[in-house]
Ligand binder design. Structure first.
Ligand code: NCD
Length: 314
C-alpha cells in the first residue's frame, strides 16, 4: 500500500503518490455518500474520539459523520470549557484517553504543534483537524479533491490563495499540497497579512487582486481570522472588502472558467461578495463541504488499516 503513516498530522509528511492514493479512495466515498445506503464497515468495532479545543462547524460535523458512516463508535468531547494550562491539559488528556483504548483521535487545538505533541503520547492514530496557524491537512485534501474534480487534474494549474495568509493553516497546508503537485501558486493580500519568508515556499506574492488573479484557474478565498489578530492588520473591513474582497469585477481577471473556493466559515461582504459565493456556476463552496466528508472517510480508513497492521491484527 502506498500510504504508510500512523498519523495524519500535516501535508508536509505526505508524498505526492500518497496524496493521490487518498484522493482516489475518497472518490469511492463520494459515490457511497450519494447512495441511499451510506454505510460501510471499514471502521467497525473501532472507537473514534473527536477533541475540539477550538470552535468548529463543518470540520467536526464532517469527521463525526465520516466515522459513523464507516461504522466507528464516535464520541465528541467538549474540550472548550477546559481552562487548565496547555501542556498539562494535553498530556493529562492524552493519558486519560489512552486508557480508554481509542483507535482514532481527531484533534483541533489553537496552538501550532499541539497535535504533534499529543500524538507522541498515545498509541492510536491521531488526525490533525487544525493546529493554530500550522496545518489543517484534511482541509487541503478536500480542497485538492474539489479542484481535481472541477478541473480534471491537480497539476500545472494556476491557483490564487487570497486574503489573510499569515494566520491561516488552510493556506499553509494548501501551499504545501499544491506545491507538491506542481501547481503555480500566487498569494494575494495586504503585506500585513503575508507571513515573513513566504517566498521560500516557491510562490508568487501580490498585493493587488487584478494583477494576482490574472488568468488563474482557481481562486481560493480565506476568512479574515480576527481571533488570531491582536489589532492593526487592516485599516477597516470596508476598505479591506474594497481592495481584497472577491466580487464579479475582480473575478473577471481570472480565466472565464475559474472556480471560486472558500473553506468556511465565510464573512459575506468582508472577503467575498455574498451573491458570488452562492453562484453555482462559479462557486464550489458546497462541493468543498461534500468532499470534506469523503476525504475524512478515506483518511480514517487508510489510518485504520495501518493501525491494524501495526497492532498485528491485520
Ligand atoms: C478553517 C479553519 O478552522 O482553519 N475552517 C475550516 O476548517 N473549514 C478556516 C477558518 O476558520 O477560517
Amino acid at each position: 500500500m502506498t500510504f504508510t503513516h500512523r498519523h495524519l498530522l500535516g501535508i508536509e509528511h505526505l508524498r505526492p503518490e500518497e496524496i493521490v492514493t487518498l484522493l482516489d479512495l475518497a472518490e469511492d466515498y463520494v459515490a457511497l455518500n450519494r447512495a441511499p445506503d451510506k454505510h460501510k464497515d471499514a471502521l467497525a468495532g473501532l472507537t473514534q474520539i473527536n477533541m475540539f479545543f477550538e470552535n468548529s462547524t463543518r470540520t467536526q460535523a464532517s469527521f463525526e459523520l465520516a466515522g459513523k458512516r464507516l461504522g466507528a463508535d464516535v464520541m465528541n468531547m467538549a474540550m472548550q470549557a477546559s481552562s487548565i494550562s496547555k501542556g498539562e491539559t494535553l498530556i493529562d488528556t492524552a493519558m486519560t484517553l489512552n486508557a480508554m483504548h481509542p483507535d482514532l483521535l481527531v484533534v483541533r487545538h489553537p496552538h501550532s504543534g499541539a497535535v504533534d505533541l499529543l500524538a507522541q503520547k498515545v498509541n492510536c492514530a491521531v488526525l490533525n483537524a487544525g493546529d493554530g496557524r500550522h496545518e489543517h491537512p484534511t482541509q487541503a485534501l478536500l480542497d485538492a479533491l474539489t479542484i481535481r474534480r472541477a478541473k480534471g487534474r491537480l497539476h500545472r494549474l494556476s491557483i490564487a490563495i487570497c486574503g489573510d495568509i499569515a494566520h491561516s493553516r488552510v493556506a499553509r497546508s494548501n501551499i504545501i499540497l499544491l506545491g507538491k503537485m506542481e501547481n503555480r501558486i500566487r498569494l494575494i493580500g495586504p503585506p500585513t497579512l503575508m507571513p515573513s519568508g513566504i517566498s521560500e515556499f516557491g510562490v508568487e506574492v501580490y498585493d493587488d487582486m487584478a494583477d494576482g488573479l490574472k488568468d488563474v484557474d482557481v481562486v481560493m478565498m480565506l476568512r479574515l481570522q480576527k481571533e488570531r489578530m491582536d489589532g492593526g492588520f487592516i485599516p477597516s473591513e470596508r476598505e479591506y472588502y474594497h481592495r481584497f474582497g472577491l466580487d464579479d469585477d475582480k473575478l473577471s481577471h481570472a480565466k472565464s472558467d475559474a472556480i471560486v473556493m472558500h473553506p468556511g466559515p465565510m464573512n459575506r461582504g468582508v472577503e467575498i461578495d455574498g451573491t458570488l459565493a452562492d453562484d453555482i456556476n462559479r462557486s464550489v463552496i458546497q462541493e468543498q463541504v461534500e468532499m470534506g466528508v469523503a476525504v475524512r472517510m478515506a483518511a480514517m480508513d487508510l489510518l485504520a488499516r495501518n493501525l491494524a497492521a501495526l497492532r498485528g491484527v491485520a
